[in-house]
Design a protein around this ligand. Structure first.
Ligand SMILES: [Zn+2]
Length: 295
């Protein structure tokens, strides 16, 4: 096997053909179709495969969409204020993403899991449609449901960090921020053997210090450009229309899979079908952004 890999690697290095990549994934991994990360980890192929060209980032910066009549005016106002501020802040940070490039691709992201019911159900829907999801898991919940984390990973979905305790990181000092990131990374690594390289800060709350500590730990911060607002309303129809009414190239869609998000699970098939019908490719964040999802 080792010999095979070395020979293959030489051929790949010389030819730089993308066809080598998919061939090798099958040979080495056999875990998940098209899991680019397997290639990276097994053969330490240089990061050049993921060209670090983010020149599109500030040129194609989307407004954050999604609304709910269930929210009080005051909440809507403070949510809008945060949206405006974070967009401006993202322009100053090379590894903080609101959305992906201007291609007909979108990413489905799920925060706050894993749990004992909804996360697995959502994985089932994604698998049924043959699309990849991105799970920003909480370290504290990962410890309670390691089998769900394994399931997500083994089925080829991205297992990413949402910190350990779900507290507002921009209210913490440097050492505490470090602890939140490191602890979540460690507990995920103890289950899937890899530490994520993507974090979504709880509530999206981020400042210079949080971004700095994340970067030191080799994490990109991934936020969202469509909020399905599944946390604000228990109605699959409204979750669906927040996506359908607002979808654009490169959208990163925020949803949740904690245990009271059964409506997200119910809304998901309609969302996937509609996106596909409208010609959007549903991809994982690694594919969308061209950055390896794991360290
Ligand atoms: Zn959250």
């Amino acid at each position: 096997m080792v010999q095979k890999v070395i020979i293959f690697f030489i051929i790949c290095s010389v030819s730089l053909l993308s066809s080598c990549e998919s061939k090798e994934v099958k040979e080495v991994g056999g875990v998940a179709q098209g899991n680019h990360n397997m290639v990276l980890k097994e053969n330490t192929i240089p990061e050049a495969r993921f060209p670090a060209d983010f020149s599109w980032k500030n040129e194609y910066l989307l407004e954050i969409m999604g609304e709910s009549s269930f929210l009080e005016k005051k909440t809507v106002a403070s949510m809008q204020k945060w949206r405006d501020e974070i967009i401006e802040f993202s322009k100053t940070q090379d590894r903080l993403f609101i959305n992906g490039p201007n291609k007909k691709q979108v990413a489905l992201t799920f925060d706050d899991g894993p749990d004992s019911t909804v996360t697995s159900a959502v994985i089932g829907v994604l698998d049924k449609y043959g699309v990849k999801g991105n799970f920003f898991f909480l370290g504290s919940e990962v410890e309670k449901h390691p089998e769900v984390v394994k399931e997500a990973y083994e089925k080829g979905h991205l297992v990413l960090s949402h910190s350990y305790n779900h507290i507002q990181l921009d209210q913490l000092g440097e050492a505490e921020i470090q602890n939140e990131i490191e602890r979540a990374g460690n507990v995920i690594e103890s289950i899937i053997g890899k530490e994520p390289a993507f974090i979504r800060t709880p509530y999206g709350s981020t400042n210079e210090l949080v971004a700095g500590v994340a970067k030191e730990n080799k994490y990109s911060i991934i936020l969202w450009s469509i909020d399905s607002l599944d946390w604000a309303q228990k109605s699959p129809d409204v979750i669906y229309s927040n996506v359908d009414a607002n979808i654009r190239n490169g959208d990163i869609i925020l949803m949740h899979t904690d245990s009271d998000e059964y409506d997200t699970y119910e809304a998901l098939p309609g969302i996937i079908e509609k996106l596909q019908e409208r010609g959007f490719e549903i991809v994982d964040l690694e594919t969308m952004l061209g950055i390896p999802a794991y360290q």
